[in-house]
Design a protein around this ligand. Sequence first.
Ligand code: C2O
Ligand code: CU
Length: 510
Amino acid sequence: MNRSVWIGLIGGLAVIGATLGGYALWQPEAQQTATMTVPAAAKTDGQGAYKEFVLEAKESNWVLKEGLEVPAWTYNGTVPGGQVRVTEGDRVKVVLNNSLSEPVSIHWHGYPVPNAMDGIPGVTQNAVKPGESFTYEFVATVPGTYWYHSHQDGANQVDRGLYGTLVVEPKQPTVTYDRDYTLVLDEWNPQMFGATAEKGKSSTDHSGHDRGNSNTGDGMDHSGHDMSGMSGEMTHDAMMKMMYNVYTVNGKAGSDIGRLEVTKGETVKLRFINAGFMRHRVHLQGQPYRITHTDGQAIADAPLLEGAEMFEIAPGERYDIEFVADGTPFTIDYHDEAEAARELKIPVVYTGDLKAVDREADGEANPALVDISRYGKGDAAAAQPIYDIEKHFVLDSKKDSNGNEVYTINGKTFPNTEQVNVKKGQQVKFTLTNPGTSDHPMHLHGHFFRVLSKDGKAVSGAPLLKDTLNVRPGETYEIAFTADNDGNWMLHCHDLHHAAAGMMTHVNYD
Ligand code: C2O
Ligand code: CU
């Protein structure tokens, strides 16, 4: 398809965008890599109207970039899978049809669905076997940016592309955006699919994993993530950086990454979602912006940041940012230690002038990192309830008796980690400490938690609400939540290799 056809299509999308929110990544000549929305069928049942979406888990030969195709596992044939986009108040049904040869599920990451809809094989449902279907149902009451992914053998299935995005639009928006783009970050290890190694170094074999329902109560793979073929001296993080040598935005790498088109003066919303297992550091090259939401929830009094300030997005996290296009093109780029990460660049271009420009006016190699914990205001201590339950979790790693690196909570690996039993209505506080050397983006299912303090300093009186929090080496956070959603919920690291290797527990309601 040629350029003018795409310009025409984008014109059409911009019109749709006025009501739906434009969500596409624009591709100049190559195939469209947009995060397409899944069509919603308006239906009615005994309880009234609902919107129905159909997602088919299936294999798809997915081109990460020219010359690099992988047999990805997808929802509806694309990576990311189609966007499920609904409006606050909608009743939602999502029919999952499994056309893969492995059992799968859908977990609605960050969205507080009823427990039976949380998509955890062996805990909230049976894995959806090949040829089977399952219908997820919930009412979209909490606006925000979320995502979905398989929670069956997640370290493997999510790695292969089984994820997509969920956006709940507010019924009465306080800000209207001229552009609304969803940008899903991920990183790939093409060699796990047998692709020819570009750098010919790593050889991590995922094929030996048991992908059946492992029956350990979480749907993840506990067969032990065996990286013993790798150099014994390497840290887990170093190995990951070597293995994952292709970085993608909406499933595309390098020059196949599209451009974002804006017009001067427009208010642009970017929804960043990290579906990978590595953190990404994002920088806007001199274009001032605000971080308006994290994990879908609004940040109080979001300050205007210099483009020279970058934010970090850990596995599982979401950051919505907003900027008013100031007329100078720029590139959204990445500042991570990994060489491959630096190839991740999203040009932001202006209508009528589609040249991509590296705006290096601010030219710093290492822009300042925004500390999310500086948001919020007031005195957290004043607002603190009495906690019914307080737990301290130390997140670390060690070698098990076979010499494999395992990831631990208070020295134990799942299923031997301490589980937390709560009663509905209780106030629960966790202290999370990371004495090790790897990041641990901890994710609690079914709830938003308040971030109370970081390294002993109060974070927020207007609480920062999150569902995924990166506890970096040396850090300690206090978080708290109200037990308001009955069920049996996972708490785990969203480096899903760490989760599969032990860093996981449950919060159970009595
Ligand atoms: Cu996004 Cu338990 O996971
Ligand atoms: Cu971890």
